[in-house]
Design a protein around this ligand. Structure first.
Ligand SMILES: Nc1ncnc2c1ncn2[C@@H]1O[C@H](COP(=O)(O)OP(=O)(O)O)[C@@H](O)[C@H]1O
Ligand SMILES: [Mg+2]
Length: 359
């Protein structure tokens, strides 16, 4: 029996015992699959994948954190990434740790094709910078914006671990169910288990993207799902609640499928814009840069992060320190970068790229 105020140890295991492939769900699933396949294709048109893997996941990290009221700006993030110091505000650091957690999960998937409880724990520990693990003490509650308790997740480490084991099994079972519908079920279940004292929303949203990669639906963690959730936040909460309270799966699943479709389309547009800018920038650089300065690698480098600095050019093996500094100045001379002093450092902004990313 469900009761808002007491731990929901009766949370049913997956899969739900209802018809999932209704006409409405299948219709939404077809559109979402199509948009996601197009995104995968768009990503493949970018020659150097490190261009996408730095910039786009940062937007997801920022928005996913913002859902949890961990708020920073793109400017602060970019400066923090480019700076050699470590004195940024805690929220900026937390967003950067989110991106690292996402990367770590992504790298793990390349070697071990599994989404295990241990991986969820590591993601959580990274985001929250903690050694804590699965909740062992009672009292975790989910409240609404008025402070009223709306849900109390299961309690007892064994209870929680058993439910996570079932979730893992469900993730790795090859059934006939559409991957994207499955992702919706996985996300609800993870949030309802709520295995940690905090960080469950963010860990759960990282698992979403990793699941799509596990299933080959995406090659890179670039889907910007949290954008949709921020824009439709009340529905996100309401539909999660209605699964628990009324067994209303369909509106939840359709919500997630629409989120995938919407943000896959949005992300595809961003990628196409980045690709066009990369082509245009390459043209300008080829025509205007001294030939000893121009290289494909140099132009690609100024697309990896919106801010560049000498050290990045050196680390990429493009030039030694002094030459690297000259290269960035030359890029500024022909209008492709704009320098800016931050502390003791000079950072070079790729303004057009930044505009695409933050728009
Ligand atoms: N009624 C609900 N049932 C299950 N999960 C919920 C419910 N309401 C919100 N959530 C999930 O809980 C998350 C917030 O949990 P929390 O541990 O604070 O995550 P974070 O630290 O990442 O803020 C939300 O983002 C959402 O995914
Ligand atoms: Mg929280």
């Amino acid at each position: 029996m469900f009761n808002k105020g007491s731990p929901y140890n009766d949370l049913p295991l997956l899969p739900p015992l209802i018809e999932l492939e209704t006409k409405e769900i299948l219709k939404a699933a077809i559109s979402a699959n199509k948009a996601l396949a197009e995104l995968k294709g768009a990503a493949n048109t970018i020659p150097n994948q490190s261009i996408l893997i730095s910039t786009l996941p940062l937007q997801e990290a920022r928005s996913s954190s913002e859902i949890e009221n961990v708020i920073t700006t793109n400017d602060k993030l970019y400066e923090a990434i480019a700076s050699s110091t470590n004195n940024f505000d805690p929220q900026t650091k937390e967003v950067l740790r989110y991106r690292e957690a996402l990367w770590e999960g992504y790298k793990e998937l390349q070697t071990r094709k599994l989404l295990t409880t241990n991986l969820y724990i590591r993601i959580y520990q990274k985001i929250k910078e903690t050694n804590a693990s699965i909740r062992v003490t009672p009292g975790t509650k989910i409240s609404n914006s008025k402070g009223e308790v709306v849900y109390s997740p299961p309690e007892g480490e064994e209870v929680i671990r058993n439910k996570l084991r079932n979730l893992e099994e469900f993730i790795h079972t090859d059934d006939e169910l559409d991957d994207l519908i499955k992702m919706a079920l996985i996300h609800y279940q993870f949030e309802a288990i709520h295995p940690f004292t905090d960080g469950n929303g963010r860990t759960g949203r990282i698992i979403n993207v990793l699941y799509l990669i596990l299933k080959g639906q995406l090659d890179l963690p670039i889907l910007y799902l949290s954008k949709y959730i921020i824009e439709n936040k009340n529905d996100y909460y309401k539909r999660l609640r209605n699964v628990t309270e009324k067994n209303e799966w369909q509106p939840w699943i359709i919500y997630i499928l629409n989120a995938i479709e919407d943000t896959a389309k949005f992300t595809s547009v961003k990628i196409i814009q980045i690709k066009n800018l990369l082509d245009k920038t390459t043209e300008v650089a080829k025509n205007k840069l001294p030939s000893r300065v121009y290289s494909k690698e140099l132009i690609e480098l100024i697309f990896v992060e919106p801010y560049s600095k000498t050290e990045f050019v050196v680390n990429a093996g493009i030039a030694k320190r002094q030459t690297a500094a000259v290269y960035l100045k030359e890029l500024e001379k022909i209008g492709l970068l704009k320098s800016r002093k931050v502390g003791k450092e000079v950072l070079y902004l790729n303004n057009d790229l930044q505009k695409i990313l933050v728009d």
